[in-house]
Design a protein around this ligand. Structure first.
Ligand code: THU
Length: 136
């Protein structure tokens, strides 16, 4: 099990994910998603979904956030938060689980939504028996 976040880390991360959804480019799905990643170095990076007229090229919020962190030189994930505009929380898609695994195979994943509900789990629970860098 990964170490628990402090209350302040958790608050900061969830607020960042919620705010990140405001930048979503989602004209096709009209489903804005925000994500925030806390890195081991203490930095927080955010991402939103970025859709495309060629639908398959859509990038999810979680991957946008991770790619921003890596592009800034930060590679070790500490925790992930996701916001979706749904009545109940939703968890990262399969593609994002795989990308998150590369940089934090057992980090906490917290999902929040428009409603009051929250889900907290771990990446290892979401992607058991994962294929990763150690398998190469
Ligand atoms: N989406 C995300 O950004 N993250 C998820 O975890 C699930 C789905 C996006 C992709 C697409 O732009 C829209 O939500 C509808 O699937």
């Amino acid at each position: 099990m990964p170490a628990a976040l402090t209350a302040a880390q958790r608050r900061r991360l969830l607020a960042a994910a919620r705010r990140a959804a405001e930048a979503a480019y989602a004209p096709y799905s009209r489903f804005p998603v925000g994500a925030a990643v806390l890195m081991a170095d203490g930095r927080v990076f955010t991402g939103c979904n970025v859709e495309n007229a060629s639908f398959g090229l859509t990038n999810c919020a979680e991957r946008t956030a991770v790619f921003s962190a890596v592009a800034a030189g930060s590679r070790r994930l500490r925790a992930v938060a996701v916001f979706t505009p749904t009545p109940t929380p939703t968890l990262p898609c399969g593609a994002c689980r795989q990308v998150l695994h590369e940089f934090g195979p057992d980090v906490p994943v917290i999902s929040v939504c428009a409603g009051a509900g929250e889900v907290e789990t771990t990446l290892a629970a979401l992607l058991p028996h994962a294929f990763g860098p150690d398998d190469l």
